[in-house]
Design a protein around this ligand. Structure first.
Ligand code: FDA
Length: 406
């Protein structure tokens, strides 16, 4: 009997265990927490955005080869992933048309976590909760696994799917990355990604709770990234899909000691031409022209920052006034001072260099018999189901790899 250990019952580990299982193989799924899949439970606001309805591989971020990343992702095309969830695991999905995200029809993340675990167990996977891997070492052709408060295990293949460093209270504290580095793997520097940005002291607290669609652009010395989507003023700063999607530009610049990334916001969805039309001479006040399209409190704040009194009627605006208003509407320089870090980051950027895994099996090129999957690997995508798509695809590949090897 071939012994396979999957470490970590998160998205990638569950998928790996499911695909490693089969006749002639004993698959044990070791998990540090008492239940596993805790990030699945908190994902998508408790609803779990299982997949995107469409995927643009260029939106993933990796310090490794983007080609390798794309090939790994393509190993399990989106349509096949969706079919697997719906027809094999029995989790029907529904499209949220305004966001392009797929959610379980049941609208509960727990359905996803529990159904995957039950499906794995039906395939013969033995789930071993409350068992935290603390070390692993080679034992002839096998691997010896050392656990906290559980006897060691010796196995033929190991799938490491221990996740990154984000939201450590879910069980993912980066130990897998530390162990792999010690055993000789190259770990591209890790950083919190998809994390809210903060402003201390905040001059926007009176806007907390306001949300709207924006396009935000972040420019640092290293990179530039734009995102369109929801924006939320919080008591501490800025959150929502658009700020989260560009947050890594700010975080990476800060970690590199570069000058702070510049953030520029185009509020709402109206084009420059549409705003020019709205601000063309007329009897309306400039405040009511802007409030027609943006939340009132935000409109007033923007006009204050533009230095144009809201009660001024459009016919009285000077050319300079009009330009100042257009500037704050279309190119608002959003101040920020820091970020919420791993505590709130939806994912970890960086991770195991993709050049150090076999692209067909995700077997480590440095540690034969060890297969790597999920957030541990050097890639992450934007909000919208991209990160589960990565975890499912790489989990399946590593599970199949572990089953086939030997
Ligand atoms: P993950 O971190 O999920 O799992 C690792 C597992 O390994 C955990 O169960 C952990 O306990 C276990 N483990 C760690 N160390 C161990 C050890 N030493 N021994 C044993 N077990 C160990 N993505 C998306 O596509 N759609 C969404 O809606 C969301 N929403 C979302 C919300 C929030 C708040 C967060 C924090 C994240 C998301 N994400 C998301 C991102 C998504 O959750 C993430 O990309 C995947 O869960 C990563 O899956 P992994 O299995 O790689 O790691």
């Amino acid at each position: 009997m071939r012994e396979i250990a999957v470490i970590g019952a998160g998205a990638a580990g569950l998928m790996a265990a499911i695909h490693a299982a089969g006749p002639g193989r004993r698959v044990r799924l070791f998990e540090a927490t008492s239940d596993g899949g805790r990030k699945i439970l908190i994902s998508g606001g408790g609803r779990c955005n299982v997949l995107p309805s469409e995927i643009d591989p260029r939106r993933y971020v990796t310090a490794s080869s983007p080609n390798t990343m794309r090939n790994l992702l393509r190993s399990w095309p989106l349509a096949e992933q969706q079919r697997f969830f719906e027809e094999e695991v029995g989790i029907p999905l529904v499209l949220e048309p305004e966001t392009g995200k797929l959610f379980p029809v049941a609208n509960k993340a727990r359905t996803v976590r529990d159904s995957l675990l039950r499906f794995a167990e039906r395939r013969g996977v033995e789930f071993v909760p409350d068992t935290r891997l603390v070390d692993l070492s080679r034992d002839g052709a096998q691997w010896k696994l050392i656990f906290a408060q559980a006897p060691p295990a010796t196995v033929d293949a190991v799938v490491l799917a221990t996740g990154g460093r984000s939201v450590p209270q879910t069980g993912s504290d980066g130990l897998g990355l530390t162990l792999l580095e010690r055993l000789g793997h190259t770990i591209h520097p890790t950083y919190p990604a998809l994390t809210p940005l903060t402003l201390e002291p905040s001059s926007f607290t009176d806007l907390a709770g306001i949300s709207l669609t924006v396009t935000i652009t972040a420019i640092s010395e290293l990179e530039k990234r734009s995102a369109t989507g929801g924006f939320l003023f919080t008591h501490r700063g800025f959150s929502g899909p658009a700020p989260l999607d560009i947050s890594h530009v700010a975080v990476r610049g800060r970690l590199a000691g570069a000058p702070p990334a510049r953030l520029s916001v185009h509020w709402g969805t109206r084009s420059a031409e549409q705003w020019e039309t709205s601000l063309s001479p007329g009897a309306q006040s400039v405040a009511s022209a802007v409030r027609q399209w943006l939340p009132s409190r935000l409109a007033d704040r923007l006009l204050t920052d533009a230095g144009v009194p809201g009660q001024k009627v459009l016919a009285q605006l000077t050319r300079a006034d009009r330009q100042a208003v257009l500037d704050v509407l279309l190119r608002y320089p959003l101040p920020w001072t820091a970020d919420e870090g791993y505590k709130k980051a939806e994912v970890t950027g960086g991770g195991v260099a993709l050049s150090e895994v076999q692209p067909r099996s995700l077997e480590s090129r440095i540690l034969p018999g060890i297969f790597l999957a999920g957030e541990l690997l050097d890639a992450f995508g934007p909000i919208g189901g991209y990160n589960f798509a990565w975890a499912w695809a790489t989990g399946r590949l590593a599970g199949r790899g572990a089953a086939a090897a030997g």
